[in-house]
Design a protein around this ligand. Structure first.
Ligand code: SF4
Length: 379
């Protein structure tokens, strides 16, 4: 039985294995890679966009967004000169909206300070808003063939099993050892292909549950497989369950229009529009919270007419149960406290604004409610 290797030991003891690992992995990737649109291009901007979208998001979710985004914002210049609201609209539903805001800001920096050309040096690329180690390494290796190892969740899982890494993959202090290991294995003649092969292996073969070890090109070198410990890796720290919040939200009707408010541009869901509302306090009824939150946020007095729907939604670190109410405007002029802008819009204009997914979940019920109310008025 072989001992677990640290990257240092790996370097000292297994160089021939590393070479055959690289050959097996890249050979497998060339024959088995998925045909993805960002793999058909050398355009650094397109590769950058794809990597930003792929952070925290699955390939099948990204595919339609990537296609539309590249059509809509065909160049860095076009992206930089677009309105942030249009960029957020194109990102709507993809989540983690800071990625879109940073991409937009970074495009402005590239346009103004790098003549619209994405920098190909680590120091410059890494300074761009939203460009962390992962994005920098991915773009530099894939678009510019520079020898930087990419370490994402898939790569960490492969490395943890391949080398029996004991450090938990979900703890920030372990990133160093995974980067060291990935750097050790990196095929410096073709880092872009190697990095993509590692990521593809993690996504398609060395998956979290029931990895396909029989079909794995690096099975012979895999310590977890050879030690029959695949199920024990990667190591993970137990996380406490995500907290759950109760939220009340109101759709305020006034003269056939509804009120929407704009969140400030930074922070969770920054720059998106929403219906006003907020957290329900202890011992407070959802209707009361709805009226209070609308008053506090907008200075308007409203009446709750009916309960529209209860929505459940999970964010990365918490979950919400959201009670949505249909309300009628009673009195007051809008004075905002929290939101940075507001609009009274017709319901069929909802699609002109970017909204969070949790709001989208009750749009069908809202449309039905308005249709039924109109029918009832006619009859
Ligand atoms: Fe992952 Fe199994 Fe391949 Fe090891 S042999 S890298 S555990 S798929």
């Amino acid at each position: 039985m072989r001992e677990p290797l640290t990257p240092l030991l790996l370097a000292e003891s297994s160089m021939p294995d590393i070479q055959s690992l690289r050959e097996s992995l890249i050979g497998w990737y060339i024959s088995n890679q998925r045909d993805l649109p960002w793999r058909r291009t050398n355009n650094p901007y397109h590769i950058w966009v794809s990597e930003v979208m792929l952070q925290q998001t699955q390939v099948k979710t990204v595919l339609p967004y990537y296609k539309l985004f590249i059509e809509r914002f065909a160049s860095i210049k076009q992206l930089a000169q677009s309105d942030l609201q249009d960029v957020l609209k194109a990102w709507e539903g993809l989540g983690y909206y800071a990625r879109a805001r940073n991409l937009h800001r970074a495009a402005g920096v590239v346009l103004n300070h790098h003549r619209g050309i994405l920098p190909d040096r680590w120091e410059e690329l890494r300074k761009l808003p939203g460009v962390g180690d992962y994005i920098a390494a991915a773009v530099l290796s894939i678009a510019f063939n520079k020898p930087y190892p990419v370490v994402d969740g898939n790569v960490k899982r492969v490395l943890a099993r391949l080398l029996l890494v004991e450090e938990p993959v979900n703890h920030s202090t372990s990133i160093g050892i995974f980067k060291e290991a990935a750097d050790m294995l990196l095929f410096r003649q073709d880092p872009g292909t190697f990095n993509q092969a590692m990521m593809e292996l993690g996504a398609m073969v060395c998956v979290p549950q029931r990895p396909d070890c029989k079909g794995c090109p690096i099975q012979e070198m895999c310590l977890a497989y050879n030690n029959q410990q695949v199920a024990d890796y990667p190591k993970k720290l137990k996380r406490s369950p995500a907290p759950q919040f109760k939220i009340a939200v109101g759709v305020v009707f006034k003269n056939g229009k509804v009120l929407i408010t704009l969140r400030k541009s930074e922070g969770l869901l920054g720059g998106l529009w929403e219906f006003p509302g907020g957290k329900i306090r202890n011992n407070e009824k959802a209707e009361e919270a709805c009226i209070r939150e609308i008053r506090e946020e907008t200075n308007l007095i409203v009446r709750v007419d009916s309960h529209l729907e209860r929505i459940k939604h999970a964010y990365t670190h918490f979950k919400i149960n959201m009670d949505v109410f249909c309300c009628t405007y009673i009195s007051g002029r809008v004075k905002l406290n929290g939101p940075v802008d507001h609009r009274w819009i017709e319901l069929d204009k909802l699609d002109d604004y970017p909204f969070p997914k949790a709001n989208h979940k009750f749009f069908p019920a809202l449309t039905k409610f308005v249709r039924n109310r109109a029918k009832a008025k006619k009859s």
